[in-house]
Design a protein around this ligand. Structure first.
Ligand code: ATP
Length: 244
């Protein structure tokens, strides 16, 4: 579905990604793990067209994403739930969700939008309960669910999730991962960026490890969980509290 070949991305003279290559097949959940500043968000933003790579190529369903605007990329079927949520605080939960479908705002899409809304409300019942509440008054976990729900409203073929568990209490982390697992079962293709490596690996098919802008390891998620280097560097105390 997605092929990334030798991408390098810069912020001015600072190089944040160095010759990164990866691929995602339809139906897979692939996680990208790495420490703070490794370049994970940069990679997602490069895929979604927010950043332009200095070199390399990204191909989605046989089409090059070169020079395409973020809007065109959403239209092709890639949607991102950004780190830090970035919801519209002064709009209601429902309005935020509807904004996620703004590229499908024609009259004829109305029925499909209503179905999607229903599906998302089933997936995240709390959003249904709080439909008319200002999004800024939701808790951190609820805002995270809203960011994911809003991305799903675009009917993405590929969903990019940036640190969905960031800043959440263990109980909510579990809930978020259970929801991602549910999306996976429904067949949604997901690229998941996470610092909570154990939880991410537990629900992924494959994973890549990014260090200082370079991919240093990749493989089957189950194998990486048992890799001594991954265990030492990334499977810290956090996950044990949540998963054991
Ligand atoms: P975290 O887990 O902390 O979110 P990350 O792996 O997502 O980290 P990035 O946000 O992609 O890392 O940052 C990669 C590198 O690029 C870092 O060294 C960061 O300081 C740098 N960087 C990110 N955004 C900018 C920017 N707008 N201008 C300059 N440098 C930036």
């Amino acid at each position: 579905m997605l092929k990334i070949k030798n991408i390098s991305t810069f912020y001015g003279r600072i190089q944040a990604l160095r010759n990164v290559s990866l691929h995602i097949q339809s139906g897979e959940v692939v996680s990208l793990i790495g420490a703070n500043g490794a370049g994970k968000t940069t990679l997602l933003n490069t895929i979604s067209g927010i950043l332009t790579p200095g070199s390399g190529e990204i191909v989605f369903e046989e089409q090059s994403l070169k020079s395409l605007s973020p809007e065109r990329i959403v239209r092709l079927g890639i949607s991102q739930a950004p780190e830090g949520r970035q919801i519209f605080a002064h709009h209601t939960v429902l309005e935020n969700l509807e904004l996620g479908a703004y590229l499908r705002s024609r009259r004829k899409d109305r029925e499909q939008r209503a179905q999607d809304l229903e599906r998302i409300c089933q997936l995240f019942p709390v959003l249904d309960e709080r439909k008319n509440q200002f999004a800024g008054t939701l808790s951190g976990g609820e805002q995270q669910m809203l960011a994911i729900g809003r991305a799903l409203m675009a009917r993405p073929k590929l969903l990019l999730l940036d640190e969905p568990s960031m800043g959440l209490a263990p109980k909510l982390v579990r809930e978020i991962f259970e929801n991602i697992f549910r999306l996976r079962k429904e067949g949604t293709t997901i690229l998941l960026v996470e610092q909570n490596a154990r939880a991410a690996l537990a629900i992924s098919d494959r994973a890549y490890v990014l260090e200082n802008g370079r991919l240093v390891l990749q493989g089957d998620a189950r194998e990486l969980i048992n890799d001594p280097e991954v265990r030492r560097a990334y499977l810290g105390k956090d996950y044990r509290e949540v998963w054991e």
